[in-house]
Design a protein around this ligand. Structure first.
Ligand SMILES: NC(=O)c1ccc[n+]([C@@H]2O[C@H](COP(=O)([O-])OP(=O)(O)OC[C@H]3O[C@@H](n4cnc5c(N)ncnc54)[C@H](OP(=O)(O)O)[C@@H]3O)[C@@H](O)[C@H]2O)c1
Length: 214
């Protein structure tokens, strides 16, 4: 099975890359800087085109849209959350997901049972809404909404779409006091994505298999 993971140079993405490679899948990871991984800047359509060209005609079984940013942690409500921060966060967490899906669509259509996993967050939820982090929450809510709608449009293509909360994970983004390791997050996500199919398309689940409230 061929799987492509965005933002795979560190954090959850790097652990996903290792988990798939360890079980013998053809695991491809992307990184902004390239290096040992495939170069991809998710905000840049030209970068997506170059990646699609580089991957050629081979089928892609699973696409994992993992790359993300969370720059507004602790912003003050009265005078924080600058407009540029909104624009940059949405460019990565929302437009970046859409551009990645669009660029990989021809390769996904060539696979037998293609899947798209969008790494959103519990902070996408409107049911669980404790306030704060307005930009990140809104961007992850938009990514969840994208996934829910793509699931409907892709039903006729047989492409299943799942949206996931990876847990509160000890990464640069999650911080050192987060609940779980990147390996725990990755093994849970791999199990969820294995179980994803036409019957569960459009699901919003946690890494450990609970349905998350929208
Ligand atoms: N950690 C948590 O507790 C937690 C909780 C809920 C959801 N999530 C979500 O899980 C995903 C992974 O999070 P993480 O904790 O592993 O974050 P992380 O450690 O901060 O890593 C983020 C990854 O995204 C990449 N990235 C950022 N902007 C990009 C861009 N414009 N183009 C391409 N790649 C870009 C980063 O690349 P660079 O190294 O080049 O910056 C890095 O590889 C994110 O979508 C995040 O929102 C995380």
């Amino acid at each position: 099975m061929r799987v492509l993971i965005t933002g795979a140079n560190r954090g959850v993405g790097a652990a996903l890359l290792s988990a798939y490679a360890a079980r013998g899948d053809e695991a491809l990871g992307t990184a902004r800087g390239g290096g040992d991984l495939l170069p991809l800047e998710v905000t840049d359509p030209a970068s997506h085109r170059a990646l699609a060209d580089r991957l050629g005609d081979a089928p892609l079984d699973t696409l994992i849209c993992n790359a993300g940013v969370y720059p507004d942690k602790g912003q003050p409500l009265d005078d924080g959350y600058p407009a540029e921060m909104w624009a940059q966060t949405f460019a990565v967490n929302v437009t970046g997901v859409f551009l990645t899906v669009q660029a990989m669509l021809p390769a996904l259509r060539r696979a037998q049972a293609p899947k798209i996993a969008i790494i959103s967050s519990q902070m996408a939820s409107s049911t669980r809404a404790p306030g704060g982090s307005y930009i990140y929450r809104a961007s992850k809510a938009a990514a969840l909404n994208l996934g829910r709608n793509l699931a409907v449009d892709f039903k006729r293509d047989g492409i299943a779409v799942g949206i996931y909360h990876p847990g509160w994970v000890r990464t640069d983004m999650g911080g050192g006091s987060a609940d779980i390791s990147t390996d725990e997050a990755a093994s849970g996500l791999v199990a969820r994505i294995d179980a994803l199919g036409p019957d569960t398309t459009g699901c919003f689940e946690t890494w450990d298999g609970r349905a998350h409230p929208y």
